[in-house]
Design a binder for this molecule. Structure first.
Ligand code: ATP
Ligand code: NCN
Length: 360
């Protein structure tokens, strides 16, 4: 802890020579991510240390601790620095849901979110993750996780940046979404550190991938090897999922706070849901509204998995609503029928079950 404060103090004069806008002010506690939107610079720490140290008092800029546990320098005057460094905060978009089955609209969510984030000039989306929910979610009509995973994988084959992750889906028990976000954020953190360690071991810096930051020229190698900020994982959802945050006993209030304060949401509008109104009417969401990106889908498209399953049960065509390989998979495995729709019938959805359990 003290070592980190010392490093921060040490770096301050070095950075200041690049301009008066830099100041390092390492806060205790977790600021919301919107305070860290333009993160870049030095990754100083892992683990659960919330560091409290002041290393300068010039007006203008500050560094902050962003979850999970990375200390980064960021600029107060973002527009100036953006122009100067052309660096944008890297983002990983995580979509959770049943994907029962995955539809083309699920893939569209990623494209819409990426376009929007790029258009702000502040973000660079580096990856999209589809994380189908576990069978333990116990939603009515939920077919086996292995099938939902396979279909999602077939759908994602058409994209070079959207991937499917099986971690959540293959667990026997249902995992709360905040834990899925934490898992993927941790994965990003470890990934970056591994990359740094590999470079240190091999002594090489390949191509442009890990180019040394020019602000970092005379900073010790041991720190600069980890100089790229860790991508932020943000939850990607449709407006109906956002509205589900208001369903009594479905989401834990502290999880909602963590999702919107520490991670952030990218929400795509959807017919039948009024996300703006919902945010306005929720004190928690309103407080963190700067960390909720609402993306208008102008080419409205109300494809839903429920409607697709209904059409399949009735022998109606769903071609062009799902990628062809997904359609073939459904046919080959005879996936959706009246019988499959009765799966979990009469069971209580796992989150409701957990949140309404009476204390012993
Ligand atoms: N047409 C759509 N517009 C906006 N968001 C959508 C749309 N379809 C799905 N989503 C979003 O995709 C995510 C995963 O959704 P999910 O797997 O529940 O599919 P779904 O089509 O909403 O299913 P269902 O019809 O059973 O509710 C959720 O965040 C959901 O809001
Ligand atoms: O984390 C929670 O408390 C929580 C409560 C309810 C639902 N979720 C997640 O929200 C998603 C909802 O998917 P779906 O298909 O029911 O719309 C799914 O990924 C669930 O795990 C998450």
């Amino acid at each position: 802890m003290l070592g980190l404060s010392r490093i921060a103090r040490d770096l301050c004069p070095r950075l200041r020579k690049y301009g008066p806008w830099y100041d390092i002010n390492v806060y205790s506690g977790l600021p919301s991510r919107q305070e860290c939107q333009h993160t870049r610079g030095l990754l100083l720490s892992g683990n659960n240390n919330h560091i409290s140290s002041e290393a300068g008092r010039d007006t203008g800029a500050r560094g902050c601790i962003s979850n999970p546990d990375a200390v980064v320098l960021n600029s107060w005057d973002s527009s100036y620095t953006m122009e100067k460094s052309k660096e944008r905060t890297e983002v990983v978009l995580l979509a959770t849901g049943s994907f029962n089955p995955v539809t083309v609209m699920h893939l569209r969510l990623f494209e819409l979110a990426r376009d929007y984030l790029h258009s702000t000039g502040n973000y660079k989306v580096v990856k999209g993750i589809i994380s189908p929910v576990s069978d333990g979610y116990k939603k009515k009509g939920l077919v086996e996780g292995q099938h939902r995973l396979s279909m999602a994988q077939l759908a994602a084959q058409t994209s070079d940046w959207i991937k499917v992750d099986a971690w959540e889906c293959l667990k026997k028990d249902w995992t709360e979404t905040v834990a899925v976000l934490r898992h993927h954020q941790q994965h990003q953190l470890l990934g970056k550190n591994d990359e740094g360690n590999m470079e240190k071991k091999s002594g090489s810096r390949k191509g442009n991938k890990r180019k040394r930051d020019s602000n970092c020229q005379d900073i010790p190698d041991s720190i600069c090897a980890e100089s790229k900020a860790v991508p932020q994982v943000k939850l990607l959802c449709g407006a109906d999922m956002l509205e589900s945050l208001g369903t009594p006993n479905l989401w834990k209030p502290e999880h909602i706070v963590e999702i919107v304060s520490s991670f952030g949401l990218v929400c795509i509008t959807r017919m039948g849901s009024d996300a703006r109104k919902f945010i306005y009417e929720s004190d928690i969401l309103w407080k963190y509204r700067n960390n909720i990106h609402l993306v208008e889908e102008w080419i409205t498209n109300d494809i839903s998995s429920t409607k697709v399953r209904r059409a399949l049960r009735r022998g109606m065509s769903v071609r062009y609503l799902l990628p062809d390989p997904v359609l073939d998979y459904i046919k080959n495995h005879d996936l959706y029928s009246e019988e499959s729709e009765e799966k979990n019938s009469g069971l209580i959805l796992e989150p409701l079950m957990r949140n309404t359990k009476k204390p012993q």
